[in-house]
Write a protein that binds this ligand. Sequence first.
Ligand code: PMP
Ligand code: GLN
Length: 425
Amino acid sequence: MRGQTIVSDRLLLRLCAPVFENHFAMSSDDRRFNPVFSGLPTTIFTVMSALAAERQAINLGQGFPDEDGPLAIRNAAARALKEDSNQYPPMKGIAELRRSLCAHTKRFYGLSFDPDGEVVVTSGATEALTASILAFARSGSDVVLIDPSYDSYRPIAETAGAVVRTVKLAPPDWRLTEEALRAAVTPKTCALVLNSPMNPIGRVFGRGELEAVARVLTASNAVAICDEVYEHLAFGDHEHIPLASLPSMRERTVRIGSAGKMFALTGWKVGWVMGAAPLIEVVAKAHQFLTFTTPPALQKGIAHALDHEMDFTLRQTHELQAKRDLLANGVTGLGFNVLPTEGTYFLTANIGELTNENDRDFCLRLVRKAGVAAIPLSVFMQDAKPDNFVRFAFCKKREVIEEALARLEKYFQGEKRYGASLVGS
Ligand code: PMP
Ligand code: GLN
């Protein structure tokens, strides 16, 4: 039995390693290509999901819910698909959705935006981020990122010719300080990308930290690009405060949202950008040459969702908080050292007590041998350090999380029984 395992592990290693290594294959000197992209790995989410599918592993890697959002939303979109026009909708989005987005922002944050000049509907937050970064970043300017950061920001800023500067946060509390911000934001800074609630580390920046951001930005010319896709996923006492709601920030902030996250419909790729008219005007100019529009039936569905299905979103927050606790308690019992998760879909755990491998090797071993996929946190960091943390997604059914915990427990117990150290193999 054990012998068979070893044979199939070897085979597996041969199969998995190239896929996994592809993620880290970082250089190409083929001059036909834009080096920003030719030198990039395939995203870790794609790589890990492929490995999880190949291994029939439970996918706690890529952050997507395993249950679709309300049927009423899908019915509204289906109706629109069958009964309404399927031709190009307005470039900035259908009027109904722009109105619903403004009503939502007023209801939850007291912030008023004009649906006619201060909103652009995009194909997912990914496009909203790309259009916003392209609108502000340029050669000779700096874009400031908070490290660790979501993977799409940097390549877009670099494609625009900007230099990326980072404000590095440190575990276990990952606090954003005014001192670190002041060191990174200079007269050359055109934009700061701020993600709260924050992927991958689950931070929800507090009012004090946001006030520090506001003070630093008002002393500069920089615009804040606020990635707020997890705006309704702040847990317990943590509150999502849009930077735009702080004094004098509205004029220098664009806020980005995603219907995928709000309504558990990540495949729809409906997102948006809201902000002061002069900023949105330029973001719309970039958007018009990226996708120009977003499928009208999906926009109709999301307008319906914002007007009638916010209860789903608010319920989802409570359910996800309970799932966070289920996963946190489970992995703590297995020897992971879990850091506080204030929001998002993601839990971060220190693996130092379990192994002396780095996070990449550990994740590769987990997906291969335990049948559970996670994401190494160092892939979100410019210098790939620290490398002793992993990210687990808990936006999954309870029974899926329970099965993942059972597999991890079985695997770690098996390792102990065979006398193997948990230090890798
Ligand atoms: N920003 C963050 C922080 C994310 O985690 C994601 C991925 N869901 C996105 C943006 C992209 O969102 P969308 O799927 O709407 O493009
Ligand atoms: N945002 C998702 C995550 O962090 C991944 C989205 C994607 O695969 N592009 O897991």
